[in-house]
Design a protein around this ligand. Structure first.
Ligand code: 6R9
Length: 642
């Protein structure tokens, strides 16, 4: 039986009471068009108000929201707040090193800075519809760059600063991005990330054609500048007038690459109006955000969480958002709580992996910092184990602060399943209830809908405004990835249980995607990186339970004829993956084997590899269809000897 933690019944200003949730949810699904049109008019400023909400079909796949409306997202995040909130703090920058002064920008200052950035982009020749790739540290200029793109109608593609030059090159090429915004270097704990040098290396790749690189000076480290191509931001920024471009609601806003179960990362495309509404509404309700509160989402802008809840959600709500450059354990394990005390953070949103890592270090790191400002806590990215939930609730939040465990994906734009503070009781480990307009559907492997308390594959049966519209330049891949397994439904790739109270419990991916420290990774991508090594014949990668990361990366390797496994090769292969993808994909374990378990038709039986990596030998299932059944014993032996 799951435990229930009652939501505190305070907050007179709450945006949603239990009764309001019920009524609003019902209306949002039964009268979706009227509900979302009303929300769209309430939460956003339009040049042309939309007359219709959703116009969509999942078979054939064609999704539009507010299609006859026009707006500008930067105007909605910045300019429209100037009459009433010019002096309110929009962004607080907290640097990697606590000894470096923090910095904050009011909405008036943010406006000035965004205009400068937008002018810098224009000076490089960026025009409406151009793809602009951001490869940035977690600094205010990263947020400015996103907003500046939105202001002039350019499509941003943010690539996480921890990805390698190879991964960056692939993403530049895939969307034919001709502009890059980067910084000289980034800082993370004691590490310096050579961002500009990585960009230079990426631009050496065949197929990458870039006209302009805008470089923000951050650390002041020595870098090379290529005449004619590279520009210092401070040289080209100007405060000339720069009006917002009027954009159709369905004009693209951003591309964000994310892993799927096959091949290369997909460029998930979000458009302007629906995404904006989703970011605005989810931020408002899920975090019960009240005017003047300080909100901190610790995610990097390189992930969708950073897009929706560092940049767009908070700013659309005229909120105050903390931009944190550092890491949870530098200079010590109290850094998160130090930042919370320093900036009087009211709402804190982070990943279970960070909570688990900090929980290990003991309570003192937390309790020695003042956390009395905290009102609401949130988690995202992976299932949270009840033990970590308890610690977060009791030690960090002093059993005062509701926790929102928000389930969503790059493709959903924002929160989809979460309890709402003061509206729902919580069950540690469960994401909770669907957000307004979200219609979850559990189906069996044949696609048959399942009712009541049950386990199944998590689909969503109706479109919602924040839904991704396509995979950039490859609509067939969009259909194949999300709408072909269970035709007529959006398939999330997650397994899920619904309990007797209608709470949803995400059980993890049911496809070949693993979740390492809250980062999505396709096992196929890691395999491709490994087999690039000349000594590797075949590779099969699976996830296995990892105490801190949630899942670790377990790689089975067969070497080329005559090649012996060695410590040297072990190290080379780890390095190979770091080079091709980035440090986030570094394998935790390499298991050299003389073969991979395959069916007679040559298909790798991943189920068996997963079980062996999990040390779960009792549940290997039927191995009789294997071409070489004795291999399983050798694999188990290899696993136990590690
Ligand atoms: C926002 C984000 C999406 C995948 C998703 C699921 C997992 C995210 C979760 C969760 C359990 C939660 N996931 N939130 N699992 N509980 N609260 O993380 O997007 O990087 O695209 O990953 O992450 O497996 O399918 P993204």
């Amino acid at each position: 039986m799951s435990t229930i933690v009652r939501t505190p019944a305070n907050s007179p200003d709450t945006h949603c009471t239990p009764e309001e949730y019920k009524a609003r949810y019902q209306r949002s699904t039964e009268d979706a068009d009227a509900f979302w049109l009303e929300e769209a008019k309430k939460r956003l400023d339009w040049y042309q108000e939309p007359s219709k909400a959703g116009e969509w079909s999942f078979d054939p796949v064609d999704i539009k929201w507010f299609a006859d409306g026009s707006l500008n997202l930067c105007h909605n995040c910045v300019d429209r707040h100037l009459p009433d909130h010019a002096e309110r703090v929009a962004l607080i920058f907290e640097p990697d090193d606590p000894a470096t002064p923090s910095r904050s920008l009011t909405y008036a200052q943010l406006h000035g800075e965004v205009v400068q950035m937008a002018n810098a982009l224009k000076a490089m020749g960026v025009a409406k519809g151009d793809r602009v790739t951001l490869y940035m540290p977690m600094v205010i200029e990263g947020v400015l760059a996103m907003l500046a793109c939105a202001r002039i109608g350019a499509i941003h593609s943010v690539v996480f600063g921890g990805f390698s030059p190879e991964a960056l090159a692939g993403r530049l090429e895939a969307c034919e991005s001709r502009f890059v915004i980067t910084a000289d270097e980034g800082l993370r704990g004691t590490k310096t990330i050579p961002l500009k040098a990585n960009v230079d290396a990426a631009l050496d790749h065949d197929g990458v054609k870039v006209d302009g690189v805008l470089v923000v000076r951050h650390t002041g480290g020595e870098i090379a500048m290529t005449e004619g191509r590279d520009h210092w931001y401070h040289d080209v920024a100007s405060d000339a007038d720069c009006p917002c471009e009027e954009m159709g609601a369905e004009d693209p806003l951003f591309i964000l690459y994310t892993s799927g179960s096959t091949g290369k990362p997909k460029g998930v495309l979000h458009t302007t109006g629906g995404y904006a509404l989703w970011a605005a509404a989810t931020f408002h309700y899920t975090f019960d955000y009240q005017p003047g509160e300080v909100f901190w989402c610790s995610a990097d802008i390189g992930w969708v969480t950073g897009h929706s809840y560092v940049t767009y959600g908070p700013l659309l709500n005229a909120g105050t958002s903390v931009v944190f450059e550092g890491v949870p354990n530098y200079p010590d394990h109290g850094r998160f709580w130090d930042v919370i005390a320093k900036h009087k953070v009211n709402i804190f949103y982070t990943a279970p992996t960070a909570i688990r890592a900090l929980m290990r270090e003991g309570d003192d790191w937390v309790t020695k910092h003042d956390r009395s400002s905290l009102r609401i806590l949130g988690t995202v990215g992976e299932p949270i184990n009840p033990e970590a939930w308890r610690w977060y609730y009791e030690v960090v939040g002093g059993s005062r602060c509701p926790i929102v465990d928000t389930w969503w994906q790059t493709e959903t734009g924002g929160h989809m399943i979460t309890t709402l503070p003061y509206a729902h009781d919580m069950k540690p480990g469960s994401a909770g209830k669907p957000f307004f307009g979200v219609q979850p559907l559990l189906v069996d492997n044949e696609g048959q809908p399942l009712e009541g308390a049950t386990d199944g594959n998590l689909c969503i049966s109706a479109s919602w405004p924040g839904q991704a519209r396509t995979v950039y330049g490859d609509h067939d891949r969009f259909i194949e990835a999300y709408f072909s397994t269970f035709p007529g439904r959006y398939f999330t790739g997650d397994g899920c249980r619904r309990d007797e109270d209608g709470y949803y419990w995400i059980t993890g991916r049911v496809d070949d995607v693993i979740n390492v420290s809250g980062h999505r990774m396709g096992t196929a991508e890691v395999e491709s990186a490994l087999v690039l090594h000349p000594k590797v014949a075949e590779a099969a990668v699976v996830g296995y339970p990892h105490d801190v990361k949630g899942q670790g990366i377990y790689c089975y390797i067969t070497t080329m004829e005559g090649v012996e496994a060695s410590d040297e090769l072990y190290a080379e292969l780890k390095q190979q993956v770091r080079k091709e993808i980035g440090p986030v994909a570094t394998p935790d374990h390499l298991h050299f084997t003389d073969g991979l378990p395959k069916t007679r038709s040559g298909k790798i039986m991943r189920r068996i590899l997963r079980k062996i990596a999990e040390n779960d030998y009792g549940a290997l299932g039927d191995t009789s269809t294997l071409a070489d059944p004795s291999l399983v014993d050798r694999l188990i032996e290899g696993r136990q000897n590690r």
